[in-house]
Design a protein around this ligand. Structure first.
Ligand SMILES: Cc1ncc(COP(=O)(O)O)c(C=O)c1O
Length: 379
């Protein structure tokens, strides 16, 4: 099946008890057994839930994987992957990934004896320099937030291969519509399904997808033992969101391209960072591994001040000033004071995250209306 068909049908069967075409929300904590151990495959809802099972199968199919596991959030999915490790293990991670992942690695897991190396993931050679006998995991996110840097997944997978090192790719920004990391050699794909998979800014959810049965067994054990599972209603919302991912993403990409080119021509705008521009430093890699360039972008102003950024951020109407991304509605954000506020100014300036940098999650409204909104705000 091609992706559009998989998104609508894969893993989904009419409900066996009623024939309902939409997977019911099995809002139950437990299941009745006929006699001890004699049950229908469901014992307790932290361990198994039919709504969650259906979603896990659907997610595995759309990421071209064998197994899917759902979690209460993208962060809970990240937490489960790190719990595969033992004290003394080392992780090589991207130095410009989602701030919450950085915070979890440094503030929660370093104290359990794990060592993290945060490096530039745009160059696989640099990654190989940090590999040693303790390396057990390479963690990357591509494109990154908010600088839109791209990791060459195939090249980094080659670095990990044959060394007992897992490669986990956070595919939240691209979504399975644009990129399938397992096909490029990754061992685990992670999504904050809160974003494009859900697509409607109405649910917090996360998932992992993989091919290896032994890895699935270990992560299923963590999912059940640690218990950060999503509720069935949240699983239902992601199942519903998945069905339109392809048409939403198509429009996100079309609108993203129009807005990126419009911003580039605006005299008050300094730099536009969108991985579909030929002058983006990782354009060739993006073209090779992605099927489009998406609706996420950042731009800076010629007047690189907090005041100038604030004026734009408070003047849009259709672009709502809010955290998060990937919903049908357009969002505007200010990484320096929002998602990346915990990073000291000198540090963020080194990665290009200047005071006037503004991030857009371009939604699926009419592109002309979105451009008019930005024109009003930027001038
Ligand atoms: C790229 C990326 N990964 C992971 C997460 C964490 O996901 P959640 O907010 O669902 O816990 C986010 C959240 O913004 C994200 O942007």
């Amino acid at each position: 099946m091609k992706l559009a068909t998989k998104l609508i049908h894969a893993g989904i069967v009419p409900d066996p008890s009623t024939g309902a075409i939409m997977t019911p929300i099995y809002q139950t904590a437990t299941y009745v057994q006929e006699s001890p151990g004699n049950h229908k495959g469901y014992e307790y809802a932290r361990t198994q839930n039919p709504t969650r099972d259906t979603l896990q199968n659907a997610l595995a199919a759309v990421e071209n994987g064998n197994y899917g596991l759902c979690f209460a959030s993208g962060s809970a999915a990240t937490d489960a992957v790190i719990k595969l490790l033992n004290p003394g293990d080392e992780v090589i991670a991207a130095n410009d990934m989602y701030g919450g992942t950085y915070r979890m690695f440094t503030k929660i897991f370093e104290k359990y004896g794990l060592k993290f190396h945060f490096i530039n993931m745009q160059d696989a050679k640099e990654v190989s320099q940090y590999v040693n006998q303790n390396t057990r995991l390479i963690w990357t996110e591509t494109p990154t937030n908010p600088m839109m840097n791209i990791t060459d997944i195939e090249a980094v997978a080659t670095v990990a291969k044959g060394k007992n090192i897992l490669l986990c790719v956070d595919n939240t920004f691209a979504s399975p519509y644009l990129q399938n990391p397992l096909d490029l050699g990754a061992d685990i794909v992670l999504h904050s399904a809160t974003k494009y998979l859900g697509g409607h800014s109405d649910v917090v959810h996360g998932c992992l997808i993989m091919n290896d049965p032994a890895l699935n067994e270990k992560l299923s054990f963590i999912q059940n033992a640690c218990g950060a599972v999503p509720g069935p209603q949240d699983c239902f919302l992601i199942l519903r969101g998945l069905k339109t991912l392809h048409i939403r993403m198509q429009r996100h990409c079309e609108n993203g391209e129009k807005i990126a080119y419009w911003l580039k021509k605006n005299p008050r705008v300094d730099k536009v960072i969108w991985c579909g521009f030929e002058d983006h430093p990782n354009y060739e890699v993006a073209k090779k591994q992605m099927r489009g360039f998406g609706g996420m972008m950042s731009f800076t102003l010629k007047d690189d001040s907090m005041e100038a950024a604030n004026k734009v951020l408070s003047s849009t109407t259709l672009f709502s000033l809010a955290e998060s991304l990937g919903g049908v509605e357009s969002l505007i954000g200010h990484p320096a004071t929002m998602t990346h506020a915990s990073i000291p100014r000198e540090e963020r300036l080194k990665t290009g995250l200047v005071d006037s940098l503004i991030r857009l999650s371009v939604g699926i409204e009419d592109a002309d209306d979105l451009i008019a909104d930005l024109e009003k705000a930027i001038g």
